[in-house]
Design a protein around this ligand. Structure first.
Ligand SMILES: NC(=O)c1ccc[n+]([C@@H]2O[C@H](COP(=O)([O-])OP(=O)(O)OC[C@H]3O[C@@H](n4cnc5c(N)ncnc54)[C@H](OP(=O)(O)O)[C@@H]3O)[C@@H](O)[C@H]2O)c1
Length: 317
């Protein structure tokens, strides 16, 4: 498995990770309805077997269940996996000490002494970025994390976080953002450029656009549950030309699926995708995005096709 550096932190992780929001989350993903613990345990094992030994979680995923599952599944050999988790700036968390305390809570659930990456989940109107970074620096100094990152930060916020951490001689390792063929906002708002300039690795969340880039959802087969509000039949009708392009391109590479092509596009863009998988079948399919490269011509084709259908596409020129 090719490893990539998380910015200048010195931490290296697999070039693709596994996202674990759905592991224990009933509210958005419907955990317990159609998939459960045996499925995600099998997905975890398959992930490690495939060399995808970097897991992304957060204290709020399933209100701690996702972290607990990872701790439980990795118990036999905690050192065999690398873990990233996140601090959520709940409105009563207003001091740097609360960041340290939150990470200690995550570590307890994970059954680990430290994580490989600790991230601020979202910026907050109540807690300044500078205070957040002071707290993050303390988690590094206390040996509770090897690297620090942010998530959902725009270009200006990324610069501020980077500058504050520099006072402690700590690099900002990563910014975890929604980035996929249907969500190209970071390309057009200057964020991908800023991250490149500052050597901040982009971790691409929802790299399959919540499953929409798998091609399994169509105007006649829309997703159930919380996703049904956002991903309507009209939305799915609009993205079908891109799905067709993904499938056509996949054929040229010996029958790669649209998910595999979509994930390969993210990696070719220099970002680290963390697709979520509910089952071993999904995990193994996503692992098939590794070990081959889309050509420059096919990248161009995909960029063009995505710009036509993504909501940010009209800003590309
Ligand atoms: N920092 C943040 O604010 C933030 C926000 C969102 C996500 N994340 C992170 O990013 C990770 C991934 O994002 P995500 O889970 O939102 O979306 P995603 O990776 O784009 O989509 C995951 C979903 O797509 C479906 N799927 C995945 N692989 C498939 C395959 N090969 N074939 C068919 N269906 C497949 C599954 O749902 P169905 O089977 O139900 O369709 C799966 O739960 C999360 O787990 C989390 O770690 C972070």
């Amino acid at each position: 498995m090719k490893k990539i550096a998380l910015g200048a932190s010195g931490v290296r992780v697999a070039q693709m990770g596994t996202g674990t929001w759905s592991w224990g989350d009933g509210m958005y993903w419907g955990y317990g309805d159609g998939y459960g613990e045996p499925d995600i345990r099998a997905a975890f094992d398959a992930s490690v077997r495939a060399g995808i030994d970097f897991f992304d979680t957060a204290e709020i995923y399933g209100f701690g269940k996702s972290e607990k599952f990872i701790g439980q599944f990795a118990r036999a050999d905690a050192a065999a996996v690398q873990v990233a988790t996140k601090f959520f700036p709940l409105p009563w968390r207003l001091t740097r000490n609360q960041i340290v305390a939150a990470l200690r809570g995550s570590l307890k659930r994970l059954g680990r002494e430290y994580v490989d990456l600790y991230q601020i989940h979202w910026p907050s109107p109540l807690l300044s970025l500078e205070t957040m970074m002071d707290g993050m620096a303390e988690t590094v100094e206390k040996g509770l994390t090897r690297a620090v990152g942010v998530s959902n930060f725009n270009a200006t916020q990324t610069r501020r976080a980077h500058a504050r951490l520099a006072k402690y001689n700590i690099p900002l390792a990563s910014n975890q953002i929604q980035f996929n063929l249907l969500e190209r906002g970071p390309d057009f708002g200057g964020l991908t450029e800023t991250c490149r300039e500052l050597n901040v690795t982009i971790i691409a969340y929802s790299p399959l656009q919540y499953g929409m880039l798998t091609g399994k959802y169509t105007p006649d087969h829309t997703p159930r549950g919380a996703r049904s509000r956002q991903f309507t039949a009209a939305y799915l009708a609009q993205i079908q030309p891109l799905i067709a392009t993904l499938k056509e391109i996949g054929e040229k590479y010996g029958g790669k699926t649209s998910s595999q092509v979509a994930l390969n596009w993210v990696m070719q863009r220099g970002a680290l995708p963390i697709p979520g998988a509910k089952t071993v079948k999904q995990l193994n399919e996503n692992a098939g995005a590794l070990g081959w490269d889309l050509s420059a011509d096919d990248m161009a084709l995909l960029n063009d096709s995505s710009a036509r259908v993504s909501k940010n596409g009209q800003r590309e020129s």
